[in-house]
Design a binder for this molecule. Structure first.
Ligand code: GDD
Ligand code: MN
Length: 389
């Protein structure tokens, strides 16, 4: 099969530059001007703008620019206009999927990422044996200009979280400015949650060689940053997903899963006894004029609450922490605990009082039944799992 002229031409692209945009009408033309003039001709590069139907008309402006550039024989610029989808990571991914270059560069469209650095990145990719080059604010020579203290702190904190919990070694895994060889992502299936597509690549392309080169991040002059509260939430969600990624599969045997949860439930119960004792004691001792019954009630409240939190997070691994759901669960949990306590009292009364079984044995039997019942009821009704699962 012979190739047509355009196919030969397009198949030999060695670079694709992906630029996601949302409301960047003030930046996009200058950006395309500068980026296309920075790209070495030998790369035969394409630039792909991925716009999420920006209300300020960025997509249309970019489209017009691309048409002019085609006529003037400039480097190829393509626009992907997404009508139904939104989100930075998924936009970048759409750009990567549509691209054909052997190497890919991803960058912002608001001049925070200096276009001149692209040349250094592709040089690095070419001359060293690495697969990913990250433009980094946190290696020597890198810096941030124009960010308020709070934003710097958030960025540092998020970086630490990524490094500690995901075992990532590089200094700036949160960078939005990076280049990689296409083969790196060949077998990756992406979640593309939120902002941090590089982080996902770093976690899932284990074994890829990564290098960082310094650059100066300058906060945008025009337009607004899109980072808000939900971005932070998305970030934590994606770190959690990446944390689970590649961990040994969930245990397959139902019996082992059931017993391991039951074990955790009992451990939590035991920790509750300790909390109960310590808190009651502290309140009783420190506030000496507090009636000891009140101190005991406070102790019980504390331990039920700590039991609930631990069971939610640890025993049943429930990550849905919306206020409404959590409150309903807390209420259900407290109700079952009270039923358990009432059952235990009733049972001891029955066994000792009317059946004349000795107290130690009666207590043991009723505690055992009440706690097994509690485990099963909470599993099914509070945390909505199948009992045998
Ligand atoms: N298509 C698309 N869809 N583009 C988006 C979206 C979206 O939902 N949200 C943001 N963008 C584009 C913006 O137009 C900009 O070009 C780039 O993505 C970065 O968005 P900003 O809103 O300017 O981000 P920032 O300056 O707060 O965040 C920067 O810092 C992070 C590191 O902490 C960016 O450089 C990030 O890429 C970087 O990871
Ligand atoms: Mn920005």
């Amino acid at each position: 099969m012979s190739l047509t002229k355009t196919e030969v031409y397009t198949r030999s692209r060695s670079l694709s530059v992906i630029i996601p945009t949302y409301n960047e009408s003030q930046n996009i033309t200058t950006m395309l001007d500068i980026v296309s003039s920075c790209l070495p001709p030998w790369t035969n590069a394409e630039i792909i703008v991925v716009d999420d139907n920006s209300p300020d008309g960025t997509g249309r402006i970019a489209e017009e620019y691309a048409n002019r550039s085609r006529i003037n024989g400039g480097c190829e610029i393509r626009i992907i206009n997404r009508k139904d989808e939104k989100g930075l990571s998924s936009a970048i991914l759409a750009g990567i999927r549509a691209s054909i270059g052997e190497s890919v560069v991803v960058m912002d469209s608001d001049f925070s990422h200096p276009p001149e650095t692209i040349t250094k990145m592709i040089e690095e990719l070419r001359k060293s044996d690495c697969d990913i080059v990250v433009a980094s604010r946190y290696v020597e020579g890198g810096s941030i200009t124009g960010w308020p203290f709070k934003r710097k702190m958030i960025s540092k904190g998020a970086t630490k979280i990524a490094q500690r919990s995901l075992g990532i070694k590089i200094k700036d895994p949160m960078s939005g400015f990076f280049a990689f060889r296409r083969h790196v992502i060949r077998n990756i299936s992406f979640d593309a949650i939120g902002y941090k597509i590089l982080l996902e690549i770093l976690v899932k392309a284990r074994g890829a060689k990564v290098r960082e080169i310094p650059y100066n991040f300058t906060d945008r002059k025009s337009g607004k940053s899109k980072l808000d509260r939900s971005v932070i939430q998305d970030y934590l969600r994606s770190v959690w997903k990446l944390y689970r990624y590649g961990k040994p599969e969930k245990e397959k045997r139902t019996s082992v899963r059931f017993l391991s949860k039951a074990g955790r439930f009992y451990t939590v119960g035991a920790s509750g006894l300790l909390v109960n004792y310590l808190v009651s004691f502290l309140f009783g001792a420190v506030l000496s004029n507090l009636w000891y019954i009140y101190a005991t009630m406070i102790g019980i409240t504390f331990s039920m609450t700590s039991n609930f939190i631990l069971n939610k997070i640890w025993t049943f691994e429930d990550r849905n922490t919306t206020a409404r759901r959590t409150l309903v669960q807390y209420g259900t949990f407290l109700a079952f605990s009270s039923i358990g306590a009432a059952f235990q009292i009733g049972m001891v009364y029955l066994l000792v009082g009317t059946e004349h079984v000795n107290y130690a044995l009666s207590l043991f039997v009723s505690v055992a039944i009440a706690s097994i019942g509690n485990f099963i009821l909470n599993k099914k009704w509070t945390f909505k799992e199948k009992v045998w699962s």
